[in-house]
Design a protein around this ligand. Structure first.
Ligand SMILES: Nc1ncnc2c1ncn2[C@@H]1O[C@H](COP(=O)(O)OP(=O)(O)OP(=O)(O)O)[C@@H](O)[C@H]1O
Length: 367
């Protein structure tokens, strides 16, 4: 089922969209479905965050959409690039999409780079494939790209191999390779998870700067809502192979409408925004071959009721451009609004207008 896309103008087709997209893996004589009919849209220049715990299907969705998982992964539904269905693309056209129109970076840059080829050769190969550059022109562009991603002493680095560079530098090289094709969108799958905290921040800043300079779109896959909050315009929360909530980032952070999202938020101690009382999520994501009936999150959900086990909840409107797949959405929205109002009551405007000593006294009295 398709839903209105927040922010869509309805004019040009979205840059990238997945429609009723499913992924299953061959297992013995049968198949196990791990992604269940999701709809996602990326507008040109937009940054979309995909968040969820490990095993929710974030990576498989995008790898399968770009046909990078081989024949074991069986997909249904449609993947559209600028309105064109990728299923009609030849292998050659697909190779141009991957690394050309769509740049890709992954969690572990060192294992993504070829250990026996020099960095320069690998960037050069991307420049040749996607922009037809060779010789001196390719070398000049490779130097420019290394400089753009913040690698000093670029001429020396071009001659080195991945094992001679740090993890952070290798991720910068991966970004340079991804940029070599001048992509319309960068798909970044946990790009900072394998890096230590300072380097993580530098890589995220780099991605932000490049987007600002190029207008490139971004699909950022992460289990860390903090990382997503920092970089993305819109967020899709995935749980057990489904999108369970999607909204503009500020809206999602300020008014999460799905218990799972509220649990993810509760794991973020330092997020600024309206204070909502949140319950962190205990337990783990169910295995795709042992899904509970009904809402897959119900066994972990503090708000679940018996009827949550009947039928899979579908995404439904939960505010402007905001969708949530929770069977108790209406009741919980009411409950959370009352809770927010109680919280806000502690900041009653009348009380706020009083001078400080009196305001504190008022709070004591109303507590
Ligand atoms: N090659 C494969 N064969 C069979 N099942 C797979 C394969 N790759 C992934 N899966 C299963 O698909 C589900 C979704 O995995 P996926 O890697 O997309 O999760 P994720 O949300 O990206 O988590 P992570 O961040 O840990 O990668 C998981 O249950 C996983 O075990």
């Amino acid at each position: 089922m398709l839903h209105p896309v927040p922010g869509s103008t309805g004019a040009a087709p979205p840059l990238l969209s997945l429609e009723d997209f499913t992924v299953a893996f061959a297992q013995g004589a049968g198949r196990t479905r791990v992604v269940h009919g999701i709809d996602l849209t990326l507008q040109r220049g937009e940054a979309l965050g995909i968040v969820g715990e490990s095993g929710c299907g974030k990576s498989v969705t995008w790898l399968a959409a770009l046909r990078l998982l081989g024949k074991r992964a069986v997909t249904t539904g449609r993947v559209l690039l600028n309105g064109r269905d990728l299923s009609g693309f030849s292998e050659r056209e697909l190779a141009d999409v991957r690394g050309g129109r769509i740049g890709l970076i992954f969690q572990d840059p060192t294992s993504c780079l070829n250990p026996i080829l020099r960095i320069g050769t690998q960037i050069g190969e991307a420049l040749r494939l996607h922009r037809g550059l060779t010789g001196k022109a390719a070398e000049r562009e490779a130097l420019r790209l290394l400089d753009r991603v913040g690698i000093a002493d670029a001429p020396r680095r071009l001659r080195q191999h991945a094992h001679e560079l740090s993890g952070g530098m290798n991720q910068r090289v991966m970004i340079a390779i991804a940029l070599a094709g001048e992509p319309d969108v960068l798909v970044a799958d946990e790009p900072t998870t394998a890096l230590d905290a300072t380097i993580q921040a530098q890589i995220l800043d780099l991605i932000r700067d490049i987007r600002r300079d190029t207008g490139m779109g971004l699909v950022l896959i992460s289990h860390d809502l903090g990382v997503i909050a920092d970089l993305c315009d819109r967020v899709a929360v995935m749980y057990a192979g489904r999108v369970v909530e999607t909204a503009a980032t500020q809206d999602l952070l300020g008014s999460p409408r799905h218990p799972y999202t509220r649990g993810l938020l509760a794991a973020l101690p330092s997020l600024e925004g309206p204070r909502v009382r949140l319950t962190p999520v205990g337990g783990t994501v169910p295995s795709p071959d042992a899904m509970p009936p009904g809402c897959a999150f119900a066994p972990r959900c503090a708000y679940a009721e018996a009827h949550c086990g009947n039928g899979i909840p579908v995404l439904q409107p939960a505010g402007t451009g905001h969708l949530s797949a929770c069977r108790r959405l209406d009741a919980l929205m009411g409950e959370w609004q009352r809770q927010a109002a109680r919280e806000a009551g502690r900041h009653d405007p009348v009380v706020q207008d009083l001078d400080w000593p009196n305001r504190d006294r008022q709070r004591e009295l109303s507590a």
